[in-house]
Design a protein around this ligand. Structure first.
Ligand SMILES: Nc1ncnc2c1ncn2[C@@H]1O[C@H](COP(=O)(O)OP(=O)(O)OP(=O)(O)O)[C@@H](O)[C@H]1O
Length: 305
C-alpha cells in the first residue's frame, strides 16, 4: 500500500459566521483515513500567516485550508512573505466555508465539503499566478493576493462589511447598495511600463487574476489565472443611477461592455492617487491605503482541484 501523504490543516473558526469547528469535526475522520494530518485552529486575525510559516519551518508542504477567501489570502501571504522555502514545493486544497467564497468559483471547486474533500483525495493539481502589491508610501512593503484586488468602490464595501457578515452571501450586495449612496470619485495616475495616463473621476479599479469577486460579481474582462498577466479594468464617470441600472451586469460581466470602462492586460501597473486616497481590498481583505505597484508572479502556486 502506498504511504499516506502528509497534510497540515488550518481552520479559521470565524469564517462564514463560525462554521469552522463543525466542518472540522465533520471531515477529520475521513481526512485521517487518507492522509497523515496535523491541524491547528487560528486564534486571531493574521494568525493564519504565522501558522503557515511555522508549519513550513517544521517541514510541512501540503496544506488544507478550512476558511474563506480571507483565510486563503493569509495562507498565500504566509507562503510568499517567507524566503526559506520555494513556493513551488507547496500545495494547498480548500474546504470553502467563507461568506463570499469567490476564489473557488473560477475553478468550480465544490462548496460541498465532501465533494471538495474527494477532489483533494483524488490529488489532481493545477498552478495559478499570484499577485503582488507593493505599497509605495509604506517603505515598499508587500502583500500578495490570489483572486482579485479592488480599489475604490469595493474597497469601501469590504471596509463596511469587515466586522459584520451576518447576511451571508448577500452581505456584499447589501454593502454595495449602501456604498452606492456614499462613494466619492478619485483621480489616478496609471503607469504601464514607461507610459503614464491620468484617469479622472474613477469609481473603481480592478486588478484581477481570477474571475469572481464580491460574492459572484464579474468585474474584469478576460481573466486567465495562468497567463502571467493582471486583467485590469478602470471604471470612470459612472453616476449612481448608471450603476443602479447596471446592477445585474455586475454579476453577468456585461457591465464590462460599458463605454466608461477601460480594460487592459499587463504584467505590472503603478497606480498613484490624488490626496484623498481610495480604500483598497485584496481577496476581500482590507488593505493599507497607499499608492501601489501591482505585479504578477506567473504560475507561482499549486492547488488541488
Ligand atoms: N480566530 C480568528 N479570530 C478573528 N479573526 C480571524 C481568526 N482567524 C482568522 N481570522 C481572520 O478572519 C478573516 C476573514 O476570514 P475569511 O475571509 O476566511 O471568512 P469570511 O470573511 O467569512 O469569507 P469570505 O472572505 O470568503 O467572504 C481573515 O482576515 C483572517 O485573518
Amino acid at each position: 500500500m502506498s504511504e499516506k501523504k502528509t497534510f497540515f490543516v488550518i481552520i479559521n473558526p470565524v469564517s462564514g459566521n463560525g462554521k469552522g469547528k463543525k466542518v472540522w469535526n465533520n471531515v477529520k475522520d475521513k481526512l485521517s483515513q487518507h492522509f497523515n494530518i496535523t491541524s491547528q485552529f487560528t486564534n486571531h486575525n493574521n494568525h493564519d500567516i504565522q501558522i503557515t510559516q511555522d508549519a513550513l519551518n517544521k517541514g510541512f508542504r501540503n496544506f488544507i485550508i478550512i476558511g474563506g477567501d480571507g483565510t486563503l489570502n493569509k495562507f498565500i501571504n504566509g507562503v510568499f512573505s517567507q524566503k526559506t522555502i520555494n513556493p513551488n514545493q507547496i500545495s494547498f486544497g480548500v474546504l470553502a466555508i467563507g461568506t463570499g467564497n469567490d476564489w473557488i468559483k473560477t475553478y468550480k471547486i465544490p462548496k460541498n465539503r465532501h465533494r471538495a474533500l474527494q477532489a483533494i483525495i483524488k490529488g489532481n493539481t493545477k498552478t495559478q499566478d499570484v499577485g503582488c502589491l507593493t505599497f509605495l508610501d509604506l517603505n515598499n512593503s508587500k502583500t500578495y493576493f490570489l483572486n482579485l484586488c479592488g480599489i475604490g468602490f469595493d474597497g469601501l464595501v469590504v471596509d463596511l462589511v469587515k466586522n459584520d457578515r451576518s447576511f451571508g452571501k448577500l452581505t456584499y450586495i447589501f454593502g454595495a447598495l449602501k456604498i452606492l449612496f456614499n462613494f466619492t470619485y478619485f483621480n489616478t495616475k496609471v503607469t504601464l511600463d514607461s507610459e503614464t495616463k491620468t484617469h479622472k473621476n474613477c469609481m473603481m479599479i480592478q486588478l484581477g487574476i481570477c474571475r469572481y469577486t464580491g460574492s459572484g460579481m464579474q468585474l474584469t474582462k478576460q481573466p486567465d489565472p495562468n497567463d502571467g498577466l493582471l486583467d485590469v479594468s478602470i471604471a470612470t464617470n459612472f453616476t449612481k443611477w448608471q450603476i443602479a441600472k447596471n446592477i445585474i451586469g455586475l454579476f453577468t460581466g456585461s457591465i464590462l461592455k460599458h463605454e466608461n470602462i477601460t480594460t487592459l492586460k499587463t504584467k505590472h501597473i503603478t497606480l498613484e492617487f490624488n490626496a484623498k486616497k481610495p480604500l483598497i481590498q485584496a481577496d476581500g481583505e482590507p488593505m493599507a491605503t497607499s499608492n501601489i505597484k501591482a505585479s504578477i508572479l506567473p504560475q507561482a502556486i499549486t492547488f488541488y482541484l
